[in-house]
Design a protein around this ligand. Sequence first.
Ligand SMILES: NC(=O)c1ccc[n+]([C@@H]2O[C@H](COP(=O)([O-])OP(=O)(O)OC[C@H]3O[C@@H](n4cnc5c(N)ncnc54)[C@H](O)[C@@H]3O)[C@@H](O)[C@H]2O)c1
Ligand SMILES: Cc1cc2c(cc1C)N(C[C@H](O)[C@H](O)[C@H](O)COP(=O)(O)O)c1[nH]c(=O)[nH]c(=O)c1N2
Length: 176
Amino acid sequence: MQDVAPRDYRDAMACLGAAVNIVTTDGAAGRAGFTASAICSVTDDPPTLLVCINRSSSAYGSVTRNKVVCVNVLSARHEQLSRLFGGKVPAEERFAAAAWSTLATGAPVLADCTAAFDCRIAHVVNVGSHDVLFCRVVALQRSGCTDNLIYFGRAYHTVGVTDPAEAGPESASGPS
Ligand SMILES: NC(=O)c1ccc[n+]([C@@H]2O[C@H](COP(=O)([O-])OP(=O)(O)OC[C@H]3O[C@@H](n4cnc5c(N)ncnc54)[C@H](O)[C@@H]3O)[C@@H](O)[C@H]2O)c1
Ligand SMILES: Cc1cc2c(cc1C)N(C[C@H](O)[C@H](O)[C@H](O)COP(=O)(O)O)c1[nH]c(=O)[nH]c(=O)c1N2
């Protein structure tokens, strides 16, 4: 069996479109956040999602020591914010560019995000350069679920629904 080169792997992964999110944390280990597309739902009982984080990321220490994250799902208007959280910009400058609140864990919730999943990190698995964080969702926020910022072919795109009713009502749940 022939090994697949990392470059070929990334070229093929560039063909897999994915929603763009900002993953945040706060707590004793400090506030931090990064742009992430390697996120998916694991199970609805108990509500659990996974986040893949590069261990070389500036947010890594804060995320793993605080043991909480909020996954903020982005819409088209957040492209510039996604670029800011995509690397090489100091954390304070990233957060200064938007309005934030909190739900249950204290991790920053982006005021106008499409959906926010506030989580406690339940389990961590090391795989190559990344840690896979299995995150138990403890609170939610949904608002204006009409479009998503998508990363595909190394570029940003938008998908949306023409009838907002298709996306369901706005809501928030969980302890606050
Ligand atoms: N999962 C990730 O860690 C991830 C995902 C997307 C982009 N990025 C980072 O964003 C920057 C721009 O990326 P790009 O899409 O323009 O070109 P790229 O060639 O670095 O990435 C192409 C695709 O490969 C995957 N990928 C990239 N780096 C990866 C990594 N270290 N581990 C696992 N999968 C990875 C992603 O699906 C990405 O869309 C790069 O620095 C890249 O490392 C990282
Ligand atoms: C569209 C897109 C998607 C992702 C990323 C980037 C971009 C532009 N990055 C990279 C990540 O955002 C970046 O490396 C961090 O912000 C770390 O940079 P600093 O170490 O903080 O400068 C990223 N990193 C990661 O660990 N997991 C991921 O799923 C993703 N996904």
